[in-house]
Design a protein around this ligand. Structure first.
Ligand SMILES: NC(=O)c1ccc[n+]([C@@H]2O[C@H](COP(=O)([O-])OP(=O)(O)OC[C@H]3O[C@@H](n4cnc5c(N)ncnc54)[C@H](O)[C@@H]3O)[C@@H](O)[C@H]2O)c1
Length: 290
């Protein structure tokens, strides 16, 4: 459907396909308008979905989630995603609002106290490490376990969490978040089997390009990393908006048989070894040394 987009100054045509018409969901992790979850909420709204928004009480104070809630006509339910009782509250209230089961869940949550405090991987603080794993990976298991126990998701529903290629490849500065992402992707496979077998619910992770967001900016050398991956990827980096488009397709009925996958959404970066541009630059650096 083409319609005039009221939020733009210039007349602009927004394409929407009603891909999520009639679908209900929960979006965890929108903090501000840079957040990937924020873009997913905007697109899900455009595509006809209704959903609740969840984040921590602190994030609600520091961020601008109210603005998104107003724009998408959504209710905010605060919860710490490491706390099972609070996750239960989010699912229960969402089902109450929409009068039954939901169809999609986005887990867009990540935080490492070690990264935040600049503590290096080979001198790591273990209580911090456990927090990283709890916030960034176990919270995904907790959501899935709560949803299953409450029988909160309709058949053919879709759950997506956001990951990063550091789960497979070592990237300087990503620290214990790399371990958290490996665990996150593994949970998608392990729970994906059980939830798919019993309830036809699909669980996937989307491995996104480095993106300038609040969490992204915490990674040491993020600007150089973004430049590097932009040059190495044949299609260039995927933006937060591009990621939102991909999430929408994963929530839609067009991807019903996709489950237990880690889906790279990175302009081709994860399949690259050496590009023509990179090898030219590499040779140049030796010429300068000669
Ligand atoms: N930005 C990137 O470069 C990039 C690349 C690949 C994957 N990702 C992943 O995308 C997801 C979203 O991050 P983003 O880049 O949009 O940044 P963001 O900072 O906007 O989002 C991270 C969110 O996690 C929330 N959060 C932190 N601790 C929480 C807790 N205990 N309970 C509930 N929520 C909590 C924050 O409040 C915030 O809303 C994360 O999983 C991140 O690792 C980001």
């Amino acid at each position: 459907m083409a319609y005039l987009c009221p939020t733009f100054n210039l007349i602009n045509i927004c394409m929407s396909y009603n891909l999520l018409k009639g679908k209900k969901g929960i979006i965890f992790g929108a903090l501000n308008d840079q957040s990937i979850a924020w873009k997913v909420a905007e697109k899900a709204h455009e595509e006809g979905a209704v959903f609740t928004l969840s984040n921590t009480a602190v994030a609600l104070r520091l961020g601008t989630l109210d603005e998104l809630a107003k724009k998408t006509n959504s209710e905010i339910i605060h919860a710490d995603a490491t706390n099972v009782a609070e996750i239960e509250k989010v699912f229960a209230r969402t089902m109450e609002i929409y009068g039954g089961k939901i169809d999609f869940v986005l887990h867009s949550i990540g935080m490492s106290p070690n990264v935040r405090k600049g503590i290096p991987y080979d001198n790591i603080d273990y209580p911090n490490f456990l927090k990283t794993l709890d916030i960034s990976a176990l919270s995904f298991h907790k959501m899935l376990q709560v949803a299953r126990k409450m029988d909160a998701i309709n058949e053919w529903g879709s759950v997506v969490a956001l990951s990063y290629v550091a789960a497979q490849r070592t990237l300087f500065g990503y620290n214990d978040m790399a371990d958290a992402k490996s665990l996150l992707e593994s949970i998608a496979r392990s729970f994906g089997y059980i939830y798919g077998r019993d309830k036809k619910i699909r669980i996937n992770t989307i491995s996104q390009s480095p993106t300038r967001t609040t969490a992204g900016s915490g990674v040491s050398g993020i600007d150089t990393l973004i430049d590097f991956t932009e040059r190495m990827s044949p299609l260039g980096n995927a933006s937060a908006e591009d990621c939102a488009d991909y999430c929408i397709t994963m929530f839609s009925d067009l991807t019903k048989k996709v489950t237990m996958q880690n889906l790279f959404h990175d302009g081709g970066f994860s399949s690259m070894g050496m590009s023509y541009k990179a090898i030219t630059q590499y040779n140049k650096s030796f010429e300068e040394c000669d």
